[in-house]
Design a protein around this ligand. Structure first.
Ligand SMILES: [Mn+2]
Length: 328
């Protein structure tokens, strides 16, 4: 490795020697468990898929566990994941893209096992044996790339690159979010040079809507509300209305991101009242720190994209959040 190359990729607050040390530990182990968060997305699943493939190719016993079944499984290197259960007691556990323990499948049997936390949420509150948290990194997939590149870049084959790129594209909305850095672009260039088909990975992330879902989006657009101050735009949907009309929650995947991009209002949120009459909120912003807003109500995430759960019905939850935003 020449000196130039050594500086090519790095992570804030993650010393190279520590990365090499911890990755050497992981690669010494035979039984490894990889975890990502509840309602797993392409970033968490992409990082798990890439890492699982590398370790399995080396003959390791790898278990990938999601707290629940994903709406859409990762289309690259799709691991045979377990949902909310484990079979093996591993020697080491790696969590990817997980901000807090509540979003994780982590039974008491895992309590004393060496634990590696690799994440890019500024709000990360996990205290693992080894913590690698870079809140300025675009995605957990980019973090995994950098760590693998530092440890042994020969591990990053075309197949591994596809799963990682899928994760980066998902979290950056194909390089459109402000979390897309100059390094992200260089990582993407490196991944492309492995020979992957760029447009296939884009298409796996940006899919056209089914026509029936598109009509539902059209209806929902007419329900968007905007505060008098013009600071926030939002929409609320109840799971019960989707069920009544035979739609699934996944019909609304991506709605909040599209709304946030299309409207010239700083803060946007999507409120979803679930069957247990609690309301799940997804917040997006162009300038404001929505992680700070979410944290006031017990949530968190990223500066421009955060989430929270409010333990009340939809209208009350939306009122409470709008008040907090207006006061911020
Ligand atoms: Mn992520």
């Amino acid at each position: 490795m020449d000196t130039n190359n050594q500086k090519m990729f790095s992570l804030n607050g993650c010393d190279r020697a520590r990365i090499v040390h911890v990755f050497s530990r992981i690669f010494q182990c035979q039984n490894i468990t990889l975890l990502t968060h509840k309602n797993p997305d392409f970033d968490g699943m992409g990082a798990c898929a890439a890492f699982a493939h590398i370790l399995q190719t080396l003959g390791k016993n790898v278990e990938v566990i999601y707290p629940n079944e994903p709406g859409t499984p990762i289309p690259y290197l799709t691991p045979k994941a377990l949902f909310n259960e484990h079979k093996q007691i591993p020697e080491i556990i790696v969590a990817l893209d997980v901000a807090n323990m509540e979003r994780l499948y982590f039974p008491p049997a895992f309590a004393n096992i060496e634990f590696v936390n690799i994440d890019h949420h500024v709000s990360n509150s996990i205290h693992a044996t080894h913590n690698f948290v870079d809140g300025a990194c675009s995605s957990a997939a980019e973090m995994l790339f950098v760590m693998l590149w530092i440890y042994d870049k020969a591990l990053i084959t075309r197949q591994v690159a596809e799963a990682i790129l899928c994760g980066i594209f998902y979290d950056t909305l194909v390089l459109r979010t402000s979390s897309t850095t100059e390094q992200t672009l260089r990582v993407v260039e490196y991944l492309k040079a492995t020979g992957l088909v760029w447009t296939d990975v884009v298409k796996s992330v940006i899919k056209p809507l089914a026509s029936r879902d598109f009509l539902l989006w059209g209806e929902l657009m007419s329900r968007i509300q905007i505060s008098d101050s013009g600071k926030v735009a939002w929409i609320g949907v109840r799971e019960s209305e989707l069920v009544e009309r035979n739609f699934e929650k996944r019909s609304l995947d991506g709605f909040v991101n599209n709304m946030a991009q299309m409207i010239d209002i700083d803060i946007t949120f999507f409120a979803f009242e679930m069957a247990d009459v609690t309301t799940k909120i997804s917040l997006r912003s162009k300038k404001a720190d929505v992680n700070a807003i979410a944290q006031q109500l017990g949530g968190g995430g990223h500066v421009r994209a955060a989430g929270l759960l409010i333990r009340s019905e939809l209208d009350e939850a939306m009122r409470e959040l709008v008040d907090v935003i207006e006061a911020s």
